[in-house]
Design a binder for this molecule. Structure first.
Ligand code: AMP
Length: 125
């Protein structure tokens, strides 16, 4: 089954410059910006500029250049926000996908959350 990308989603609109964002970092293939409704003192979203729906879509189909750029950018975000393990107290990286992952925005994004202990990973219910 092919992945279907809806280019009217809010992150596609951010990438087209139609909606403002609070940019943390931008590279050739990647944009990172503050979440509009932060769930922790540090809450940054890292997104590829390419049209990928989810982690599995991106990890499975993106070019090596996009994959490397994305992950290096995410590491820089952790450093810039002071949560990386070489300088800070750590963070949680989350990528929700689809209905069971409760993904709201259908453009792949990695949440980088930190600045406080993040609590249990997921409830059993
Ligand atoms: P998810 O449930 O993993 O799809 O997360 C979507 C995230 O996008 C949520 O944490 C929202 O607060 C965030 N979000 C939605 N619209 C915007 C926006 N315009 N700028 C920044 N973050 C947003």
């Amino acid at each position: 089954m092919a992945y279907t990308y809806d280019d009217t989603n809010i992150f596609a609109r951010i990438l087209r410059g139609e909606i403002p964002n609070k940019t943390v970092l931008e590279t050739e293939h990647t944009l990172a910006f503050h979440d509009i409704n932060p769930a922790a003192p540090v809450h940054v979203l890292v997104i590829p500029k390419g049209a990928y729906v989810s982690f599995d879509h991106f990890a499975g189909e993106a070019s090596e250049a996009e994959l490397v750029d994305f992950h290096r950018a995410a590491a820089k975000v952790c450093q810039q926000m002071g949560v990386s393990l070489d300088a800070g107290a750590g963070f949680r990286a989350i990528a929700n996908a689809g209905a069971h992952g409760l993904q709201e925005v259908p453009h792949y994004h990695m949440h980088i959350l930190g600045g406080r202990p993040m609590g249990v990973m997921v409830s059993k219910a």
